[in-house]
Structure formats: C-alpha cells, structure tokens
Design a protein around this ligand. Structure first.
Ligand code: FAD
Length: 286
C-alpha cells in the first residue's frame, strides 16, 4: 500500500475510478470489473462518495475491501457537503484504522432529489484544512479544466484552485475531450506559482446520450469533431469503438504533453479502459 504523493513522485500513475454499487447485481459487476482490471496493475483506484448521503457507507465498504482483499492502493473520495466536523473526524479515524492512506477532498454535489443536511463546511478547501491537519493522509483535490460550473469567471476559478492545490499533494481533473484545455489549465496554475501534479481524468464515450448528459452537468464541452465522428454510427458497438479511439488519442496527447499519469473514469466497467490501455502500449501483468 502507498501514499499517492509517493507513487506520483516515483513515476507516472495510471488509476481507475469506481462508484459504490447500489444493488447486489451492481456489486457483482464492480467485483468483475476490479478483477478484470487488476492485471493492468493500477497505481491506485478511487471510489466516489455520495454527497447526498445515500451511498456514503458503501464507499467506506468498497475502499476498505480493496485495502484488505487486494494488492491495489485505494483512495476514498470525501465531500464536505452535509458533514459536521465530528463526522469527518470519525470517517478519517475509520480510514486510518483500516490502513487507507489517501483521500480526495471534494466540495460535492447534492443530487437534485437528495436531502440537504447541515454542514460545517462550504468549500472543498475547508475540508482540505481538516484532512491536512489530521496529518495521516496523502490528499488530492478536484480540478475543472473547463472551469467549475459555479465559477463566475476563469481568473476566480483558477485562483481558488491554485490555493487548494498549492496546499494539497495532487489534483485529479474532471473529464474533458481536448488536450489543449488541460495544458492551458496547467500553464495557468504555473503562472500562479503552483506546479503540483495534475492527473487528467479520461472518460471514454461508450454511450452517446449518457456522455452528453454528464458533459452538460460537469461543464465539459463536447467538441464538434467528436460529435461528427460519432454521428455516422448508431450501433452501440461502433460508438464504443469510436469513443475508445478518441480516448486513446487524448491519452497519448496528454502523455506527450507531460501529464504525470492518467485517471480513468471506468463507470464500473473494464472493457474500454483495457482497450485504451492496450492501444497506448501500457504494460499488463500476465
Ligand atoms: P470547490 O473547490 O469547493 O469548488 C466549488 C466552486 O466554489 C468553484 O466554482 C470554486 O471556484 C468555488 N470556490 C472554492 N473556494 C471558494 C471560496 N473560498 N470562496 C468562493 N468560492 C470558492 N462529487 C461527489 O459528490 N462525489 C464524488 O465522489 C466526486 N468525485 C469527484 C472526483 C473528481 C476527480 C472531480 C473532478 C469531481 C468530483 N465530484 C464528486 C464532483 C465535485 O464534487 C463537484 O464538481 C463539486 O461541485 C465541486 O467540487 P470541488 O471539490 O471542485 O469544490
């Protein structure tokens, strides 16, 4: 097991993101995805956290399961929405007791149908303060290359991001489709005096309507050239193939641009990630 700050310092990291399953069937599908992705020897895997409260306990279960039952380093996502300081302390104690060493400190989005609960925190940076003060974790934060949807302007977004990233170990980005938006963000952070590692998040298009919905929610621009490449196809297998090809090209461009690793949004499936891995010529354990 390891701290992600040490893993990044040792070389490029390749990591996978999962969400906690909500049913028995989803649990089996996640188990299968993790088993199928294990030969890719991920540097770490991360598990999302439901800011609305519905899946919080499941995040802990999946993270501690990965820690105890596999050789893979886990990272727990944690959001400040709806949390009291005492609850955060308890969650951090539980993770530290279970040997979990990595936390992604996030603002969090309460789902539209979710319950808003009282919170001692407003922004991710408030939660970051407490996780840093705890001192037992390597801590990452979220970055939004195409700006966070609630940011009033670019300069404000980058100023708050530079502040929280400057105090943490690394950032992971929201997904995006063009290398230039990543390079520009890294340059803007450098201009503000912050050169901490920023791991780009890659989300291959495997389902047209799903990715358009997710892009609209996250503020990621869906480029015209990609829409046109997909337009010619209706068959889900063709769309997946085009999506994997586009994600491979993006991954290669990011590595060529000097990215310190790649973080794959797997949506709890393994096929697209395995294909991109193979296309990029990344090593697979036999
Ligand atoms: P913040 O850093 O708090 O930023 C939110 C907004 O507030 C931004 O516009 C920022 O500029 C602004 N801001 C920050 N500080 C200040 C300040 N001091 N004063 C005024 N404005 C300020 N969501 C989940 O619910 N669960 C997850 O597991 C999850 N995982 C994610 C993983 C990654 C890699 C990413 C990129 C996002 C993830 N999200 C997750 C989504 C994320 O929680 C949302 O995008 C959320 O709206 C913002 O999170 P943040 O950590 O960027 O928040």
């Amino acid at each position: 097991m390891a701290r992600i700050s040490d893993l990044i310092a040792a070389g490029r990291t390749y990591s996978f993101e999962f969400f906690p399953p909500q049913s028995q069937a989803a649990q089996m599908s996640l188990g299968r995805a993790i088993a199928e992705l294990s030969p890719l020897a991920p540097s770490f895997v991360s598990v999302t956290y439901g800011a609305g409260g519905s899946t919080r306990e499941r995040t802990r279960e999946v993270v501690t399961w990965v820690r105890k039952e596999t050789d893979i380093t886990p990272m727990a996502h944690l959001t400040c929405q709806g949390h009291r300081r005492s609850e955060i302390k308890e969650i951090l104690d539980n993770y530290a007791d279970a040997g979990v060493e990595n936390i992604l400190a996030l603002g969090g989005d309460v789902p539209l149908d979710g319950e808003v609960q009282p919170s001692d925190y407003t922004f991710a940076s408030d939660l970051l303060d407490d996780v840093l003060a705890d001192g037992r974790f390597s801590v990452g934060v979220a970055a939004h290359p195409e700006l966070h949807p609630r940011s009033p302007d670019r300069a404000t977004d980058r100023r708050y991001l530079a502040d929280k990233l400057g105090r943490s170990d690394f950032a992971i980005t929201q997904f995006f489709f063009e290398v230039d938006v990543y390079v520009r963000m890294v340059d803007e952070l450098r201009a503000l005096g912050v050169d901490k590692p920023v791991l780009p998040g890659i989300m291959p298009v495997t389902n047209k309507s799903q990715i358009l919905r997710m892009a609209a929610m996250s503020g990621a621009a869906f480029p015209e050239w990609l829409a046109q490449r997909l337009e010619a196809f209706e068959d889900p297998e063709d769309i997946r193939r085009v999506g994997v090809q586009a994600a491979t090209e993006l991954g290669q461009a990011l590595l060529d641009a000097g990215a310190p690793g790649l973080h794959f949004y797997t949506l709890n499936r393994s096929t697209a990630t395995r294909e991109i891995y193979a296309n990029l010529g990344l090593p697979v354990e036999q």
